[in-house]
Design a protein around this ligand. Sequence first.
Ligand SMILES: Cc1cc2nc3c(=O)[nH]c(=O)nc-3n(C[C@H](O)[C@H](O)[C@H](O)COP(=O)(O)OP(=O)(O)OC[C@H]3O[C@@H](n4cnc5c(N)ncnc54)[C@H](O)[C@@H]3O)c2cc1C
Length: 483
Amino acid sequence: MLDDLSSAVALDIVVVGGGIAGLASAYALQQAGHNVRVLEKTDGRQRITRNDDRGKGTGGIRSPPNMTRILDRWGMGQRLGDVAYKCGVVTLYEGCTGKLVGKIPLEQFAPQFGADLMFVQHGDLYEILYDFAIQAGVKVLFNTNVTGVDSGDVLVLDNKQRVDADVIIGADGPRSIVRRDIGGDEPERSQTGYLTLTLTVPTATLDADDELRCIWRDDDSQYRFWFGDGYCMHLASFRSGSQVSGTLVYPIDDNASSYNEGWSESYPLSHFKPDWEKFEPRLRKLLQQQERVTATVHFDNPDLESTLCDRSHVVLVGEAAYPALPSGQYKAAYAIEDALTLGLLFARITDRAQVPQVLCAYEEIRGTRSASIVPREKEKRRLLSLPHGPEQEQRDTMWKHPHPSGEKWVDLDIVASSRLSSHDIEVYMYDAADAVQDWWSTWGGLLDRHSPTKTGEKGPQSGVVISVSCDSKEDGCSFIREE
Ligand SMILES: Cc1cc2nc3c(=O)[nH]c(=O)nc-3n(C[C@H](O)[C@H](O)[C@H](O)COP(=O)(O)OP(=O)(O)OC[C@H]3O[C@@H](n4cnc5c(N)ncnc54)[C@H](O)[C@@H]3O)c2cc1C
């Protein structure tokens, strides 16, 4: 395995966006020996939930084994374990009747995965990454809104504030400004007609109701799916089992444009009109008890040809690179993999002039992985929310009898060979550090020998400039240079 080395040269790196991808990348790069600053447009308070009752409407993040392994590697395992909940069994029910369809004993495969599937609340994961990043020396600047990216001295801006950096990491989410710089004009996006509703319920509320208690306490499952007629609902435990987070994904016909793709807008449940007849009684009761739910609409975002800009000092990570579906289960995991990949590559820089080559390495390693994310998530959403009919019946039979021989989900090969779960297993088994190691053992020596400084070529121009508007006059603004 690659050691977590420290780079021979300390670069100035600016990360645009202080979400999960931004903080994780900042942490990994700072640990790799660089000086990292994060520019975040919000005041960050909405996500720091430690001092209140967490009624923020943010839901759950899945940390699949491929992500849990990285958090362990970074020494965050203990903190994660304190707030997250381990998934032992995945259980599937019929949405209309609540009848059991099947179960996968995920826990028994944990030794093969090398880690567990964990559920962690968005705010809790954010706090862990934020604390580690700050401790490592990352400077996070809140209320700092990046309004554009420019390549040198042709920048004309209202506020005239600019930031120099050796490398810019665009971690500014699905509506990324940095992405626009790389991909050209704002790309055409289209609504997919799907909506995700997210809710969080204290387990105590479920325990207080006989009908709801058995939804929760009747077996050892921590991850429950309801295959509805044209919808899918899943529930999981969070915050050491004291909370349950639910996600309902369903198609909406006409008014999708009145919702956005963020995570901050909540509505009374009565605002939505799913066909309640299609929900088994316990599920209906659980949903109808919620006063408010967070609504996030699904967009189709065009693919970028590259997550790198041709000036080769700007790169995208997380949802800025590949905006995934709000119902996607592994978005945070891909972002954490991006961060580890960057950290391991930038730890090996021996010369400032190697930046473009290292970013190309990142693009090569992550490009193949990211290309499949959105299509596979869409197929999964489709499979999970099939309307009643022959394909749905075939799916349910497959779930009951995953293997033609009639064998159950007792062997990882059987789980991996099933159409329903092959993608999940592939995600879980992927090791981002191994991918870097493979790349490095093939190309690392070449990169060093052919670094522009060693070959006498003129290295690329450093010093990309970002324009920012800074709402607060925090101390950390000292790196902003007035023109
Ligand atoms: C408040 C919040 C709550 C969420 N809750 C959930 C949830 O409950 N369940 C779930 O599955 N996913 C949730 N997500 C999405 C999830 O975090 C991401 O899908 C995944 O972790 C990848 O994150 P990201 O950092 O790439 O993108 P994001 O999480 O979208 O983070 C992007 C960051 O960039 C900042 N930013 C954007 N534009 C600029 C700019 N111009 N200048 C400076 N900063 C900028 C944003 O404020 C944000 O902090 C949430 C995201 C947010 C922001």
